[in-house]
Design a binder for this molecule. Structure first.
Ligand code: HEC
Ligand code: HEC
Ligand code: HEC
Ligand code: HEC
Length: 453
C-alpha cells in the first residue's frame, strides 16, 4: 500500500445545484416494472435504489473540480468514477480471473451470479429498484449511503440537515462505527456473503482491511475537517480496528455453523502457502510452534494482535479479559480438529466485551502523546506480532503508516526521514507474502521503534 496523498483542493466557484431537475426525472421514471398507482404507492414506502446517475449532475456531485465554498466538494461522483475501484467492481466480474473463477466454482456467469453481485454491485431486491437503477454501476453511492429515493430530492433543499436525511433512510457513514461495519460487509464478509477458501482457491483475491489506509486508497471523496480535528485519521484507524475485530469475532462464530469447517480462509494463509526452504533457513522451525502441534495450521490473529495494543491503552481490565477469551479461542483453532462449540463460545465471549467498546474508542480524544504511544506499543511488540504471520505484519505496517502520517502532518519531527525509511522497509518485507520471514520483519519493526525515540 502506498503512502496516502492528502487532497489538494483547488479553487472554483460553486454553481447552484440542479437537483430538482434530476429528482423530477427520477420521479417521472418511477419504479421499475410497475406503472400502476398501487405499485407507485408501495414504492413510496419501500426505499428505492435510484442508481449513481441520480447523483452525477455537474452542479450536484459530478463537478470535475472540488468546490471550496460549499460544505461538500461536489465532485464525489467524478472521484468515484475516475479514481475509485468501486466503480469498476461490476466490470471486474467480466475479467479473465472472474471468468475462470466461476468456471471452477460451477457458477453461472459472474455478472449474473448472486454469489458475486452481492459484493460487486448494488444487489437490491427487484421491489427496491427504481427505473433508473443500474446494476453495472458496480459498488456505488447507494451501497454505502443507502437507498436514495426518499431523500434524494429533499436533501438538495436549503436548510436540509444530515439528520433529516437519516430519518429518510440515508445510512450514517459519518458515524465511524457504522461506516466501518458497512465496509466490512464486503471487505471481511458476513454469514450471507463471503469469500471462503474455495473462492480463494478459484482465484479471488484475499480480503483484508484497515479503515484509514483503505479510505486513503479509495480515495476519500469527502472533506477532512483537519483544522477541526487534526487527529481524525488516528480516530479512524482506532475505531476501524475495534469494529474490525468485533466483526471478525461475529463472523468466526457464524462460520462454525457451516458444514465445511474449519474454514481455511480463517487460518494463516502462509502457514500453508509458503515455499519450502533448506532447514537451516527455515524461520518457522527457528521460531518453533508454541501452543500447537508442529505443522498444524494456526488461526490468523491479524485482526487482534495490533488492536490489542490499543485495547490495553484504553482499558487494561477489558484487554486482559479479551486476552483470556482469545487465548482459549486460539488454542482451540490451532488444533487439527477444533471444537465448533468451544470456538463459537470464545468468539461470542470476546464479541460481548466489544459491544460498546468501538463507540468508546470513537469518542476518545486523540492527540500527539497517544499517537506516539500507540506507535511505540505496536513496534515494541515486534516479536509477538511478527511471529503471528504475514497478515499480522501487514496490519502492523498499515497501522504504523496511518499513525505516522497523521503524526507527521501535525508535528515537526526530528526523526521524520528515519521513520519514513523504516516504514518503507516494513512494506518491502511484505512484497512477496509467501517468502515472508518473521525474524526479518521483527528486526524492521525494532528499527522503527528505535527511530521513534
Ligand atoms: C458492497 C460491497 C462493498 C462495500 C460496502 C465496500 N467495498 Fe470496497 N471494494 C468492494 C469491491 C468488490 C472491490 C473491488 C473492486 C474492483 O477492483 O473490481 C473493492 C475495492 C476497494 C478498494 C481498492 C482495493 C485495492 O486493492 O486497490 C478499497 C481501498 C476499498 N474497497 C475501500 C473501501 C472502504 C473504505 C469502504 C467503506 C467506506 C468500502 N470499501 C466499502 C466492495 C465493497
Ligand atoms: C464478501 C464480498 C465479496 C464477494 C461475495 C465476492 N467478492 Fe470479489 N472482491 C471483493 C472485494 C472486497 C474485492 C477487493 C479486494 C481487495 O483488493 O482488497 C474483490 C475483488 C475481486 C476481483 C479483483 C478485481 C480487480 O480489480 O482485479 C475479482 C476478479 C473478483 N473480486 C471477482 C469475484 C467473483 C467472480 C465473485 C463471485 C464468485 C466475487 N468476486 C465475490 C468482495 C467480494
Ligand atoms: C465505498 C463506500 C462509498 C461509496 C461507494 C460512496 N461513498 Fe460517499 N462517502 C462514504 C464515506 C465513508 C463518507 C464519509 C463520511 C460522511 O461524510 O458521510 C462519504 C461522504 C460523502 C459525502 C459527504 C457527506 C458529508 O456529510 O460530508 C458525499 C456528498 C458523498 N459521500 C457522496 C457520494 C456519491 C455521490 C457517491 C456515488 C457517486 C458516493 N458518495 C459513493 C462512502 C462511500
Ligand atoms: C490448511 C492449509 C491452507 C490454508 C491455511 C490456506 N490454504 Fe489455500 N490452499 C490449500 C490447499 C491444500 C490448496 C489446493 C492446492 C492444490 O490443489 O494444488 C489451496 C489452494 C489455494 C489457492 C489456489 C492455488 C494456487 O497456488 O494458486 C489459493 C490462491 C489459495 N489457496 C489462497 C489461500 C489464502 C489467501 C489463504 C488464507 C486466507 C489460504 N489459501 C489458506 C491449503 C491452505
Amino acid at each position: 500500500m502506498r503512502f496516502a496523498n492528502i487532497h489538494k483542493i483547488s479553487d472554483a466557484l460553486a454553481p447552484a445545484c440542479t437537483w430538482a431537475l434530476v429528482w423530477a426525472a427520477v420521479l417521472a421514471a418511477g419504479p421499475a416494472k410497475t406503472a400502476n398507482a398501487q405499485a407507485a404507492s408501495t414504492s413510496a414506502q419501500v426505499p428505492q435504489y435510484v442508481g449513481a446517475g441520480g447523483c452525477s449532475a455537474p452542479a450536484c456531485h459530478g463537478s470535475v473540480r472540488p468546490m471550496t465554498q460549499t460544505s461538500i466538494w461536489q465532485n464525489e461522483y467524478s472521484i468515484w468514477g475516475t479514481q475509485d475501484k468501486h466503480s469498476h467492481a461490476y466490470e471486474s466480474l467480466g475479467n479473465p480471473v472472474a471468468v475462470r473463477m466461476v468456471k471452477i466454482l460451477g457458477l453461472p456467469a459472474a455478472n449474473s451470479a448472486q454469489e458475486c453481485l452481492e459484493c460487486h454491485a448494488v444487489d437490491a431486491p427487484p421491489a427496491a429498484r427504481a427505473k433508473t437503477f443500474d446494476m453495472t454501476d458496480g459498488v456505488s453511492c447507494e451501497n454505502c449511503h443507502g437507498p436514495a429515493s426518499q431523500w434524494l430530492g429533499p436533501h438538495t433543499t436549503a436548510g436540509w440537515t444530515h439528520e433529516q436525511s437519516l430519518q429518510l433512510g440515508m445510512y450514517d457513514t459519518r458515524d465511524i462505527v457504522l461506516r466501518t461495519s458497512r465496509c466490512l460487509e464486503c471487505h471481511l464478509g458476513t454469514k450471507d456473503k463471503y469469500v471462503d477458501h474455495e473462492m480463494l482457491a478459484a482465484g479471488h483475491p484475499d480480503l483484508y482491511f484497515e479503515l484509514d489506509s483503505f479510505e486513503a486508497t479509495m480515495p476519500r471523496h469527502w472533506k477532512q475537517p483537519l483544522d477541526a480535528d487534526p487527529w481524525r485519521d488516528v480516530r479512524d484507524w482506532a475505531t476501524g480496528q475495534a469494529v474490525q475485530f468485533s466483526a471478525e469475532m461475529k463472523y468466526l462464530g457464524d462460520l462454525t455453523e457451516r458444514d465445511a469447517w474449519p474454514e481455511y480462509s480463517q487460518l494463516d494463509c502462509f502457514a500453508c502457502h509458503h515455499d519450502l526452504v533448506k532447514t537451516e533457513d527455515s524461520w518457522r522451525q527457528q521460531r518453533g510452534y508454541t501452543g500447537r502441534r508442529a505443522g498444524n495450521a494456526p488461526w490468523n490473529p491479524s485482526r487482534y494482535v495490533v488492536f490489542r495494543q490499543l485495547a490495553r491503552e484504553v482499558d487494561a481490565a477489558l484487554a486482559a479479559r479479551l486476552d483470556d477469551s482469545l487465548g482459549n479461542l486460539q488454542a482451540e483453532m490451532n488444533r487439527l480438529q477444533p471444537d465448533r462449540g468451544k470456538v463459537a463460545g470464545s468468539a461470542s465471549e470476546a464479541a460481548s466485551e466489544l459491544d460498546d467498546f468501538a463507540k468508546r474508542i470513537e469518542g476518545l480524544s486523540y492527540e500527539q502523546t497517544m499517537t506516539v504511544k500507540l506507535m511505540r506499543d505496536i513496534s515494541g511488540d515486534a516479536d509477538e506480532i511478527s511471529m503471528s504471520g504475514e497478515r499480522s505484519a501487514e496490519q502492523a505496517a498499515m497501522a504504523l503508516n496511518s499513525l505516522f502520517l497523521c503524526y507527521s502532518r501535525n508535528s515537526k519531527l526530528a526523526d521524520d526521514a528515519d521513520l519514513r525509511t523504516a516504514i518503507a522497509g516494513l512494506y518491502q518485507q511484505l512484497q512477496n507474502p509467501s517468502a515472508y520471514n518473521g525474524f526479518l520483519f521483527a528486526a524492521q519493526l525494532h528499527k522503527f521503534n528505535a527511530a521513534l525515540r
